[in-house]
Write a protein that binds this ligand. Structure first.
Ligand code: ZN
Length: 70
């Protein structure tokens, strides 16, 4: 991970080796979890860079919640 220390321990498998992005992808089986094809080398960036699947929230809903929480 970008800000992980070299001595970080994986919470999934307690591996005390260098906690890398590739280890997290394989250890948590992120391709299956995020429903990304296995040919994609980095499923985290693939999901974050993909376009949104839902339409944006209407402005009336935003105004309603802004009014409720203010
Ligand atoms: Zn692990």
């Amino acid at each position: 991970m970008p800000n992980a220390r070299a001595s970080s321990i994986c919470r999934n498998c307690n591996d005390n080796q260098h906690l890398s992005r590739n280890h997290v992808i394989s250890c948590f089986n992120l391709h299956a979890f995020l429903n990304v094809p296995y040919v994609v080398p980095d499923p985290i960036s693939f999901v974050l860079n993909s376009p949104p699947t839902k339409r944006p929230t209407p402005n009336s809903n935003k105004r309603y919640w802004k009014y409720i929480w203010s």
